[in-house]
Design a protein around this ligand. Structure first.
Ligand SMILES: Nc1ncnc2c1ncn2[C@@H]1O[C@H](COP(=O)(O)OP(=O)(O)OP(=O)(O)O)[C@@H](O)[C@H]1O
Ligand SMILES: [Mg+2]
Length: 278
């Protein structure tokens, strides 16, 4: 099971949109995907049509009460796509765990002990817009990081801090952690500003900059209010095309071979395909 943290402490840059639609794009290829909502805002939970206030089993139970992960996993309306929801109670977790020893490794331990891990090819963590204990848990548990970045002025601000935290986690707690890519989101190809910012991001990140671009697309902004991924909401939109392209690039990037249609139909959990070529 590959573990992917979608992270950027800057707010509103496209983390949740990317987690949901990258997850859905991969699930459509036949892989089994689990989404973890690590944000007290619970935007991802709503985006996959769950009602946060009605969810009794959320990530809070796992982080605070050591609830086993298998009790928290819920199916979504999409084949192969599952979710562990969040709710506002997650906001209190930082404080509750403040003095607890080993607080950064709770999620990793839960995933290591997860008997269902063999049934999933990917788990994606949707991080909150902060670098507290929730994001630390995601970075410690992850093997790859995806950094969505808005193509706008000042988007690189705060990046040094994020990279510093990632390096610290690599050094102290999770040497296997790798940055998979920086993904430009909400790109407006018509403006000079977007292309200037993209050039600047390219200068900073070089090969880590994804080739895919997620363009500004109103269908992507609408989809959450319908509780749908972009592939159900507007399958012919630029948003669907962009996330499909990014999904394919992402799989190549981390060395995962997409099974053939026949193999995918016959074997819904191609764990070997996911792990074998890494
Ligand atoms: N490519 C896009 N085109 C148009 N709107 C978008 C696009 N990507 C995201 N949005 C919208 O922009 C807003 C912020 O996106 P999103 O919630 O994914 O960001 P976030 O980084 O998860 O935010 P937060 O930091 O609050 O968790 C949302 O309303 C979302 O629907
Ligand atoms: Mg979000």
């Amino acid at each position: 099971m590959k573990r992917i943290a979608v992270i950027n402490q800057k707010g509103g840059v496209g983390k949740t949109t990317t987690t949901v639609n990258l997850g859905a794009a991969i699930a459509r290829q036949g892989f089994r995907v689990l989404l973890l909502d690590m944000d007290p805002q619970a935007n991802l939970t709503v985006h996959v049509d769950k009602r946060p206030d009605l969810e009794s089993h959320t990530l809070t139970s796992l982080l605070v009460e050591d609830a086993p992960l298998q009790d928290l996993v819920q199916p979504t309306s999409i084949a192969n796509l599952f979710v562990v929801p969040s709710d506002t109670s997650l906001a209190g977790v930082e404080q509750v765990l403040a003095n607890r020893i080993g607080r950064e490794t709770i999620l990793r331990e839960a995933l290591d002990a997860f008997p269902g891990a063999k049934d999933f090819d990917f788990v994606l963590f949707d991080c909150p817009p902060s670098l507290g204990v929730l994001s630390a848990n995601a970075l410690v548990a992850a093997d790859h990081v995806v950094i969505p970045m808005q193509a706008e002025y000042l988007s690189l601000q705060g990046m040094a801090k994020l990279l510093e935290v990632i390096q610290l986690v690599q050094k102290r707690l999770n040497p296997a952690l790798q940055i998979a890519c920086v993904l430009p989101c909400m790109v407006d190809a018509r403006t000079n500003l977007s292309s200037e910012v993209l050039r600047e991001i390219d200068t900073h990140f070089g090969p880590l900059l994804a080739k895919a671009r997620i363009r500004n697309n109103v269908k992507l902004a609408e989809a959450p209010s319908f509780g749908r991924t972009i592939f159900e909401h507007a399958p012919d939109s630029n948003g669907a095309r962009d996330y499909e392209a990014f999904g394919a690039e992402f799989l190549r990037m981390i060395g995962v071979v997409v099974p053939t249609a026949t193999a995918a139909a016959a074997e819904p959990a191609p764990e070997q395909a996911a792990e074998g070529s890494a």
